[in-house]
Design a protein around this ligand. Structure first.
Ligand code: PLP
Length: 384
């Protein structure tokens, strides 16, 4: 059996190696290293793929979130509601901009931000909601957009984990993850569903004015050369990353389908085991369907009941099976973000999930033998 890896990027590289190598050499020869025509070309291709008016490439997904918030003109003291169960980048940029993060609980089934908890957290100071499309599936965007409309709030989608996922509204219309809110951010970190070979990120919006503002912010607040109209940052995508992304973009749907295929096999193996809760597909879909990309499985995350999750992690590592715990500590309990505003009774789900969850190897190169070894090792451990 091939050595099992949490993330395996070599197979993808081998498939597009000739194109990537020649494109990178071309960048080196033409010397347009940053913001050159290759970045523009990738931007156009991603706009077309997503069906969004504006993609603004930038240096990474954390910057993308920060710049989106700067572009909306959020001011110190404004409250921004986001999920307690996510990667720290989401809350970090809120705090960095001296906005007030308001962390709320998530759903037990899909791990995404809980709608009732959002409603409860709204105050006159609330200015924005940041839903995180966790592990590859959209938060309940229809309900979030309704709340935002009723309270005049901005919605910033953190789409670092769900690029290529589709969201289906109750009336049947579909939209790509990251094109529903006022603005969205994504990350091209190598292990994300669309990853480059370094750092990269992008902001998406359908709002022409906001896109213009953001294009200046990413480049030192410059709209005209050496005229700095607003305080900006330096956050640019380089051309080497752009050609890698452009080589991979035509394969994104295939990559996501391979992840879904692996998820189906995992689900099938765990079916019927009372102590293993497999990931739930929500937002109108019952299961991983062939017709829509409702879940693109950035992570395949189980909940383990009735056994010691940490002992399972240790056991799997001993057997040569890598796994991850995303996330082991609720953000509201992290030293940097804890605060007197939080009441433990408001976080029953996150407080439980941090004890239960385990993410299994998930990438485009998993084979049947590996999946069978991973699932049988887990089942044997759980069944004692
Ligand atoms: C990866 C990730 C980010 C940050 O992206 P970087 O490119 O690593 O800065 C932000 N939010 C979420 C949910 C992520 O998973």
């Amino acid at each position: 059996m091939k050595k099992i890896q949490m993330v395996d990027l070599k197979g993808q590289y081998d498939e597009i190696k000739d194109l990537v190598n020649t494109s990178i050499l071309e960048v080196l020869e033409t010397t347009a290293y940053i913001n050159g025509p290759k970045v523009h070309q990738f931007q156009k291709n991603l706009e077309e793929y997503l069906g969004v008016k504006h993609v603004i490439p930038c240096a990474n997904g954390t910057d993308a979130l920060q710049i989106a918030m700067m572009g909306l003109g959020l001011k110190p003291g404004d409250e921004v509601i986001t999920a307690d169960f996510t990667f720290a980048a989401t809350v970090e940029v809120i705090a960095l901009l001296q906005l007030t993060p308001v962390l709320v609980d998530v759903n037990e089934d899909d791990f995404n931000i809980n709608i009732e908890a959002i409603k409860k957290a709204i105050t006159p100071k609330t200015k924005a909601i940041v839903p995180v499309h966790l592990f590859g599936q959209c938060a309940n965007m229809e309900a979030i957009m309704e709340i935002a409309k009723a309270h005049n709030l901005y919605v910033i989608e953190d789409n670092a984990q769900a690029i290529g996922a589709t969201y289906t509204f109750k009336n049947g219309t579909k939209a790509q993850a990251g094109t529903i809110g006022h603005v969205a951010s994504t990350s091209f970190f190598p292990s994300k569903n669309l990853g480059c070979y370094g750092d990269g990120g992008a902001i998406f919006t359908n709002d022409d004015d906001l896109a213009h503002i953001i294009r200046g912010i990413v480049n030192h607040g410059m709209y005209e050369r050496y005229h700095h109209d607003v305080v900006g940052v330096n956050s640019r995508l380089d051309s080497v990353q752009a050609v890698v992304l452009d080589a991979k973009l035509p394969h994104l749907n295939t990559y996501n389908n391979k992840r879904q295929e692996a998820a189906r096999k995992y689900n099938k193996a765990f079916q019927g085991n009372k102590n293993i809760i497999t990931p739930k597909v929500t937002n109108g879909c019952e299961e991983i369907c062939d017709t829509c990309d409702c879940h693109v499985f950035h992570q395949y995350t189980l909940r383990i009941l009735g056994s010691d999750r940490d002992a399972l992690v240790k056991h799997l590592n001993e057997k040569g099976i890598p796994c991850g715990v995303y996330y082991p500590i609720p953000l509201h309990k992290q030293k940097a973000y804890e605060g007197s505003r939080y009441n433990e009774a408001d976080f029953p789900v996150t407080n439980q999930l941090v004890k239960d969850v385990i993410s299994l190897p998930m990438h485009t190169e998993l084979d049947d033998e590996q999946i069978e070894f991973i699932t049988s090792t887990i089942i044997k451990f759980i069944n004692g």
